[in-house]
Design a protein around this ligand. Sequence first.
Ligand code: PMP
Length: 300
Amino acid sequence: MSSQWIYLSGEFVNKNEAVVSVYDHGFLYGDGVFEGIRVYEGNIFKLDEHLNRLYDSAKSIMLQMPYEKEEMKEIIAETVRKNELETAYIRVVVSRGMGNLGLDPSSCSNPRVVVIAEALALFPKELYERGVRLASVSSRRNRPDVLPPQVKSLNYLNNILVKMEANQAGVDEALMMNDQGYVTEGSADNIFIVKNSTIYTPPTYLGALEGITRNAIIDLAKEKGYEMKEQPFTRHDVYVADEVFLTGTAAEVIAVVEVDQRPVGDGKPGVITNHLLSEFRKITTTDGYKVYNKDKVQVS
Ligand code: PMP
């Protein structure tokens, strides 16, 4: 692709010219919201669900979205078309906009809307065969009454700090607890455990984002006849689980094979994890919003 087009508050601009002000409160204070969305063969996966979460996040922080959901949907689809993408990752960012140096958002009158779409390949197959390793981290998940983890805000320092802890421990991802010691999520993914064929994931009120992939997996698990419970659990439950996996837009469904140096089950991706991954992949090209009409002729 010779050029990459970025949607920036009303126009498409070239990647090099896609800039926002240093006075934008998104930059100054992390004041804004965002979404990470995936396109599978021209299908924007679960676009409605992503938009609902984006608008809920904006409402929670009293950020007035400048477009209706339907307009936003078209803007996102057009960004994919403009960049002639079939399989892609989309980042939608809505910042509070330009204001003065004070943190009071009432000086910001124009939220900025940015949509970036980039080509994306699936994660390497080996990663799914090998699985990932986790370490529990000392930093707690933001308390829901401080900065609600259900709000997908631009303030990701909590997540960044635990990612750094995981890096320092030499593992792939962090396992975050809340201030009562209950398991919440990873730095950028939700967690599930399997024990005696029952699947568990923490309720989001404990301190987790309501992941779109998480919800899709809960639905699929029930549909396929598994016992599926949203229930609090501790680090101990993770240590003694038969299977552990993470879910997220980027990772989809990925097996965890080690937690704090304890092997999970037999140390290999589990049967239920693999089953849910394959069921999940089946819906990625159908469940969502089609960017191109079906009879589009592919010119290569
Ligand atoms: N938790 C956090 C903190 C995240 O940033 C993400 C990624 N958006 C997830 C969970 C997974 O959510 P989703 O399945 O919607 O990508």
